[in-house]
Design a protein. Structure first.
Length: 416
């Protein structure tokens, strides 16, 4: 539903309207800078364009600040300009939904908004209701929770609209929890909801919260997130991965571009790179659209590069994968040949990210490692920092800093 408030243009004075337009334009400009606006960064593949991210982490010199959080969360932080946004869920039933905004400079709380969940809040113990990562278009924040509530706020925390998808699709829930993170393309928010009972992917009007289109999906539990990529010059598509295969859709209409029905992973997300989509299905598979067919071409597959929960990273001529037991592998994007592997300590649920030739991993026990992956002899751990808490979220990088959250805290890590 759409929430009308004093923030709607019909209630505004001319001065307020001009100010709001200025803020919206500023937000759009900010998104062009070194922001981290969604799960796995600006390109959806875990790679930041920055070159000055911290290479050495030393406690306590590397910890610029910490902020306390009131509830659980597997969602990643996102950063727009000088603001850090993060979601949480609290209460005995996890039915209290939180959206926070912190000042990136000092970690002070800029604002907090709380909402009651309208849908099912039961989850497996390892996950929680605040599992999906929010997304921003530089003007608005879109937060999707496992309760199937979608909340749209402006950068100052004003509610623009709220929609309980369970009201429209009562069977689109399960007892394990949802964790697929939404993406936004232009003025369309793409939300992937897949369960044993009811599954769909929807394109939602970012301004109103109303469906633009909706596609049915196979009825299977799925925690993979959609990803936007350019499959050919001038055209962006949304890739949807699940046990029923991989499909790419036009974000404006939901029209299917190509469909691969072979079984694929239902936790890790696909990663784009140079018009190729890298997908996990008990192996790592490179797929490329074929203009003469609705089925993509399989360029190569290699089971030695198969990731676990973590999603692949594509950087230049190399693809990196991390399995649940900590084996980090590097392969050639052209052929799929494995170049090297590095065994890291611990179990891993979060996806690695990369900036400036450095790869960052966070183990479930909260150990952050910086891996130099440029060395010709293979990857090498050059720094590590133990944050001392269970961490299942994927970190974020923006403006030379690394942001990581646990259930209890949000950290900003910088060069010592």
């Amino acid at each position: 539903m759409t929430i009308k408030s004093a923030n709607c243009p019909s209630f505004m004075t001319l001065h307020a309207l001009r100010f709001t337009l200025y803020v919206l334009c500023l937000g759009a400009a900010q998104l062009l800078a070194a922001d981290w606006p969604q799960f796995r960064g600006p390109h959806g593949n875990g790679v930041s364009d920055e070159s000055d991210a911290p290479a050495v982490l030393n406690a306590p010199k590397s910890i610029a600040w910490t902020a306390d959080l009131p509830g659980r969360g597997l969602s990643s932080p996102i950063i727009i300009g000088d603001r850090v946004f993060v979601t949480c869920s609290s209460g005995p039933q996890q039915d209290r939904l939180h959206v926070f905004c912190f000042n990136a400079s000092d970690g002070s709380k800029r604002w907090e908004r709380q909402f009651w969940a309208t849908g099912r809040t039961m989850t497996q113990t390892k996950t929680c209701v605040a599992a999906p990562t929010p997304v921003s278009d530089g003007r608005r924040i879109f937060a999707h929770f496992s309760s199937n509530d979608v909340i749209c706020l402006d950068l100052d925390g004003n509610l623009l609209w709220l929609r309980g998808l369970t009201r429209d699709y009562p069977n689109a829930s399960n007892s394990i929890g949802l964790s697929s993170s939404p993406v936004i393309v232009g003025d369309t928010l793409v939300v992937q909801v897949e369960t044993d009972a009811e599954s769909f992917v929807a394109g939602i009007d970012a301004a109103t919260g109303v469906n633009r289109w909706k596609q049915e999906r196979p009825r299977n539990r799925n925690w993979s997130s959609p990803v936007v990529f350019t499959d050919k010059p001038g055209r962006q598509v949304v890739a949807i991965q699940g046990l029923g295969g991989v499909v790419t859709l036009l974000p404006t209409t939901g029209e299917v571009v190509w469909n691969r029905t072979n079984e694929s992973a239902n936790i890790s997300s696909p990663a784009p790179g140079n018009g190729v989509l890298y997908v996990s299905c008990r192996a790592l598979v490179a797929l490329q659209g074929d203009s003469d067919s609705h089925t993509p071409r399989e360029l190569w597959r290699n089971h030695l590069l198969a990731p676990g929960t973590a999603s692949p990273i594509v950087m230049g001529d190399h693809v990196f994968t991390l399995n649940g037991g900590g084996k980090l592998c590097c392969g050639k994007t052209a052929t799929g040949d494995r170049l090297w592997q590095l065994q890291l300590k611990g179990a891993f649920s979060s996806s690695p990210i990369m900036a400036g030739g450095k790869l960052y991993t966070v183990s479930e026990k909260g150990v952050v490692r910086v891996v130099d992956v440029i060395k010709p002899e293979g990857g090498q751990v050059i720094s590590e920092l133990d944050l001392g808490q269970t961490i299942l979220c994927t970190p974020a990088i923006a403006n030379g800093a690394l942001y990581i959250r646990s259930d209890a805290k949000l950290w900003k890590l910088v060069k010592p």
